[in-house]
Design a protein around this ligand. Structure first.
Ligand code: HBI
Ligand code: FE
Length: 292
């Protein structure tokens, strides 16, 4: 991006920019189509029904990168949410304010063809393919708004590190129990080819029942597959967990130590006790030479 473009994009208070849909070129659209086709084959039988329904109803595969102006009327009609374009990561408070007002801020750029599998900042594929289908579900839509409201409050109480874990282990990396087996609803998983298989099928990670306070005591990793996934009984149960005052929870968390990322507690509901073989192999490969 040229300096001139960057300067003309000095952020407004809400950081919203025009998506500039006409500026995507054929290579950009091809990246979307490639990623979309890969996930389309993997997700039936792995993603939850709400996600698959949302993906269908927004018709996200038509013509490459979606134009927000095309998908917003349907999203608005279904749950009152809309997608707005932002340049990339925005400050926490800005992010939460959008969610609290039922707007999802989505990065408008798309990864390069040599970055199909991993990217540290959320691009339009992660944000729109990963997050937006779940926002067509009325229950999940309410949960996301409640999370935004809770985020604004947690920021004032200096409890964001605890609340951010809730977002991470649900909105990004959540699994759900269904009569047909475990299913994915987390955006970080459904937008990743490798993790949509790993999260459900690999023997390495723990899969544990969702417990709000336990989860908020569990750190997470941002650089690799998760070592622990939390399984919700239903979207309704997830939404209900936010219908309480988090003040007393934060007070208890202040005196409670973090739980090791790979630990399984006697009180956990265990779907899978992970071998952690993948995480150990990765750590060994990363350890500096000569160090045991
Ligand atoms: N900005 N664009 C964008 N997308 C995010 O997911 C995001 C953000 N800013 C802050 C933020 N997330 C975190 O505060 C949350 O994950 C808790
Ligand atoms: Fe995300």
């Amino acid at each position: 991006m040229s300096v001139a473009t960057a300067l003309s994009e000095a952020p407004s208070p809400d950081w919203v920019v025009d998506q500039g849909w006409a500026a995507y070129d054929a290579a950009d659209h091809q990246v979307w189509v490639t990623l979309y086709e890969r996930q389309k084959h993997l997700l039936p039988g792995r993603a939850c029904d709400a996600y698959l329904r949302g993906l269908e109803s927004l018709d996200l595969h038509r013509g490459g990168i979606p134009d927000f102006a095309r998908i917003n009327p349907e999203l608005q009609r279904l749950t009152g949410w809309s997608v707005v374009a932002v340049p990339g990561l925005v400050p926490d408070e800005v992010f939460f304010k959008h969610l609290a007002n039922r707007r999802f801020p989505a990065g408008r750029f798309i990864r390069r063809p040599d970055q199909l599998d991993y990217l540290s900042e959320p691009d339009i594929f992660h944000d729109v393919f990963g997050h937006v289908p779940m926002l067509t579900d009325p229950v999940f839509a309410d949960y996301m708004q409640a999370y935004g409201e809770g985020g604004l409050r947690a920021g004032r109480l200096e409890q964001l590190h605890h609340l951010a874990r809730l977002y991470w282990y649900t909105v990004e990396f959540g699994l759900m129990e269904t009569p047909k087996g475990l299913r994915i609803y987390g955006a970080g998983i459904v937008s990743s080819k490798a993790e949509s298989v790993f999260a459900l099928e690999d023997p390495s990670p723990n899969r544990l029942g969702f417990n709000l306070e336990r989860l908020m005591r569990t750190p997470y990793r941002i650089d690799d597959f998760q070592q622990t996934y939390f399984v919700i009984p239903s979207l309704e149960a997830l939404r209900e967990s936010t219908l309480q005052d988090f003040g007393p929870i934060y007070a208890r968390l202040a005196g409670a130590p973090d739980i090791q990322i790979e630990d399984v507690l006697p009180t956990d509901r265990v779907f899978t006790r992970g071998t952690q073989a993948y995480a150990r192999a990765q750590d060994a490969a990363r350890a500096p030479a000569g160090k045991i």
